[in-house]
Design a protein around this ligand. Structure first.
Ligand code: GLN
Length: 533
């Protein structure tokens, strides 16, 4: 079946961090709620091939898709809102665009020609945009252009949008997200930055069809008319995007502003009368009216930048709503935890999560935190490095292997309870070479993991190079640790737990990537439940 895919572009002006990803995801949610199939794509203007090699301080969390792409954290929002998996094709960087153009040049695909930004780079961008449409799976492809209009880096992307607008005609629309700053001294919302940013877009040949204006205060009719007049859009296409208490409210705010209806009108699509948002509204209602509260410590080394643990924080929001409870996260710096301050730091916590990570910094604090949670019966969830640290802690303090460590932190340890994966031993390139994406895991019946998932066969997403060293399996089992989840093909330990503890579980994979509004992740749901007890 061939469908006439419609393309929606979301650009940003005035400043960065206006939330293009959330606006794109909210529009997608509304279109989905009207019965359409939608996907969202992010084009990132930096030269890294993917954000996998970027430090979280630079770029926040690296989100991992089912097919093992290391991507921008906005893809996490897309999945959490739509409950539909994204893939490698949903995140494209300038690095990747250039890489494929240069590869083609080397193969001789442009023989005789000078390879240039226009048309070769822009053609590659356009083909990446149309790739999702060509799958025949989606009626709408929303493409978010990273960066701010006017950045040198994003120029080829804006040029590709200009060309596509021309090629696609009615099948394409452009939404520009801007900011109306409020000047307290004059008590006014100012429209000039928006006017200038639209002028800049016009200079590049792109006339936006819809303006979404972030604002701290409601935008009255006069302001809408003024913006419309200066920017060649109709007044009903000037949309107000007020600051929201939670990102999950934004689809509702956009619905009130008729964003979906205006988009459908611009794209000449007949409007289905029904908008099915019941599940979303139920979730929001629970989120906004919790009957209880629980405080969970998140131990990590990037906690000053909460974007680094975005998916974990969102998974707690989903799991909290199911449990009618507000999950308060106490962000705790693993660098700062010591034997002396642990008791005091943990005194208000009902649960402890030790976060994923890389490298030596903060490891000691993580091990101290796990020891405290284990010996004081505090519910514990360890994710990836957090699971590995739980193994190290157990080896040191229960098995008595004082120098037990991960080879990642201590290549010379005589007890590498966490060791490099066999498949990683000959790898020298750092980019995109970890064990990435979805792998199956078989859960043993009668374990905590089994009661959490309610099934024996699951698939979870991964991002690691090291693993539980199988040479130590017997010692751990004899001392009371259970390996409750195993990769059926490689035999690799995926889940560990301690049955004598009320809730102590470590997972080699990243459950946080798969938690969505409609499908809160069972591990987070059970962990919150255990912490409430
Ligand atoms: N650094 C560890 C590894 O590579 C853990 C990775 C993670 O927490 N994502 O195995």
């Amino acid at each position: 079946m061939s469908i006439n895919t419609k393309y929606i572009f979301v650009t940003g002006g005035v400043t960065s961090s206006l939330g293009k990803g959330i606006i794109a995801a909210s529009l997608a949610k509304l279109l989905q709620a009207r019965g359409f199939t939608v996907t969202i794509q992010k084009l990132d203007p930096y030269i890294n091939i993917d954000p996998g090699t970027l430090n979280p301080y630079e770029h926040g969390e690296c989100y991992v898709t089912e097919d093992g792409a290391e991507t921008d954290l906005d893809l996490g929002h897309y999945e959490r809102f739509l409950n539909v998996a994204t893939s490698q094709a949903n995140n494209v960087t300038t690095g990747r665009i250039y890489q494929s153009v240069i590869e083609k040049e080397r193969k001789g695909e442009f023989l005789g020609k000078t390879v240039q930004v226009i048309p070769h780079i822009t053609d590659e961008i356009k083909s990446r945009i149309k790739l999702l449409g060509k799958t025949g799976q989606y009626q709408f492809v929303i493409t978010e252009i990273g960066g701010t209009v006017g950045d040198i880096e994003s120029l080829p992307y804006i040029e590709a949008v200009r060309q596509l607008k021309w090629e696609l005609g009615d099948n394409c629309t452009v939404i520009h997200l801007t900011l109306l700053p409020y000047l307290a001294t004059s008590g006014e919302l100012k429209t000039k930055p928006t006017q200038h940013s639209v002028k800049l877009l016009l200079e590049y040949g792109v006339q936006p069809d819809i303006l979404v204006c972030r604002s701290e205060y409601p935008i009255n009719k006069d302001i809408r008319r003024k913006i419309a007049l200066f920017c060649n859009v109709s007044p009903d296409a000037v949309i107000e995007a007020l600051d929201a208490a939670t990102i999950y409210e934004v689809p509702i705010l956009m619905e009130k502003e008729d964003l979906d209806k205006i988009v459908l009108k611009k794209l000449n699509v007949a409007m289905p009368p029904e908008l099915k948002l019941d599940k979303w509204r139920n979730f929001l209602d629970k989120l906004e009216h919790p009957t209880r509260e629980v405080t969970i410590g998140l131990i990590g080394k990037y906690v000053e930048l909460k974007e680094s643990y975005k998916s974990i924080a969102e998974a707690f929001i989903h799991a909290g709503a199911v449990n009618d409870c507000k999950v308060k996260i106490e962000w705790i710096h693993s660098d700062e935890l010591t034997e002396d301050n642990i008791k005091d730091t943990f005194k208000n916590l009902q649960g402890v999560l030790v976060a994923p990570g890389f490298g030596n910094r903060g490891i000691d604090g993580k091990i101290i935190a796990i020891n405290y949670a284990r010996t004081n019966n505090i519910p514990f969830l360890g994710i990836c490095l957090g699971m590995q640290c739980a193994v190290i802690e157990f080896a040191r303090n229960v098995l008595g292997l004082k120098d037990a460590h991960s080879r990642e932190m201590s290549p010379a340890t005589t007890n590498p309870v966490i060791d490099l994966l066999e498949a990683q031993k000959n790898i020298s390139h750092m980019g995109g070479t970890m064990r990435l994406g979805s792998y199956p895991c078989h859960i043993e019946e009668g374990t905590l993991a089994y009661s959490v998932y309610g099934t024996a066969d699951i698939n979870e997403r991964h991002r690691h190079r090291y693993e539980f060293n199988p040479e130590y399996t017997k010692d751990f089992i004899n001392a009371g640790m259970v390996i409750s989840g195993i990769n059926p093909d490689a035999g690799l330990a995926e889940i560990i737990e301690i049955p004598t503890h009320p809730f102590f579980i470590g997972v080699q994979f990243h459950p946080e990537y798969k938690s969505t509004v409609e499908n809160p992740h069972p591990l987070f749901v059970s962990f919150v439940k255990a912490s409430l007890k």
